[in-house]
Design a protein around this ligand. Structure first.
Ligand code: SF4
Ligand code: SF4
Length: 224
């Protein structure tokens, strides 16, 4: 199914076992919410377009890539159903009943960055996600820890660029888990006013094609 998804326009694909905490309580009866596996589809954004954030070219590119991710998810789900299993596709930005970011991290598509989005080792944060919930038996991937979290410890590019100062410089304990924290009471008004903002993911050095690969080499050298 990964090969199928990659041939059907995906740029990366991962698989995870669905955890109950990834399903929105109010969507527990939605189509696919009870299926045990999720295929996460990643589609890369054109960074030159993303770099215009929060201006319209970036917004258009976001929608273009959500459309592409949705096309892939629907094609993957159709193929799975043809093989006799259940499958429910969900395009972004809201993955139906599924919270997509933790699922994508579990599926090996990157680490959580200080800006609250995923940093992927190839695409930085310059990508969008879609998902397919399914009961097809699949091997789950492992999280990909390559040093992004460590890099964020001293990083301030996103927090300094965020207009409403929503990105915290230190991790916080959220529902019992210590993680990077974005104050969404500050972010959301700016996000809505600009039809998606995206400044933080645009300025993240991992997202820049000429910088990300060099950072990866540097961080991999530091790993034990
Ligand atoms: S801009 Fe820097 S601190 Fe912010 S998420 Fe990217 S690497 Fe981490
Ligand atoms: S989307 Fe915009 S407002 Fe929200 S955290 Fe990122 S830079 Fe800040």
């Amino acid at each position: 199914m990964k090969a199928f998804a990659l041939e059907a326009e995906a740029d990366a694909v991962g698989v995870a076992r669905v955890r109950p905490e990834w399903i929105y309580a109010e969507h527990a009866n939605s189509p696919g919410a009870a299926l045990p596996n999720v295929i996460i589809v990643l589609v890369q954004m054109d960074h030159a377009e993303l770099a215009t954030a929060p201006d319209p070219p970036s917004v258009v590119e976001v929608m273009r890539q959500y459309n592409r991710g949705t096309r892939v998810a629907r094609a993957v789900a159709d193929s799975i159903r043809e093989q006799g299993y259940m499958a429910v596709p969900h395009g972004g930005p809201v993955g139906g009943p599924l919270v997509m970011v933790p699922a994508a991290i579990a599926a090996g598509l990157g680490e959580l960055g200080k800006h609250g989005s995923i940093i992927n080792r190839r695409f930085g944060s310059s990508f969008r996600l879609a998902a397919v919930l399914t009961d097809m038996p699949l091997d789950a991937d492992q999280p990909d820890t390559f040093g992004a979290d460590d890099f964020c410890q001293n990083g301030q590019v996103c927090s300094r660029a965020c207009p409403p100062d929503a990105i915290g410089d230190a991790k916080q304990t959220v529902r019992g888990v210590e993680k990077w924290y974005v104050n969404f009471d500050r972010c959301v008004p700016c996000f809505n006013q600009t039809y998606g903002c995206g400044i933080c993911v645009a300025v993240c050095p991992w997202s820049r094609p000429e910088v990300g690969p060099k950072l990866l080499q540097k961080m991999l050298r530091r790993l034990p």
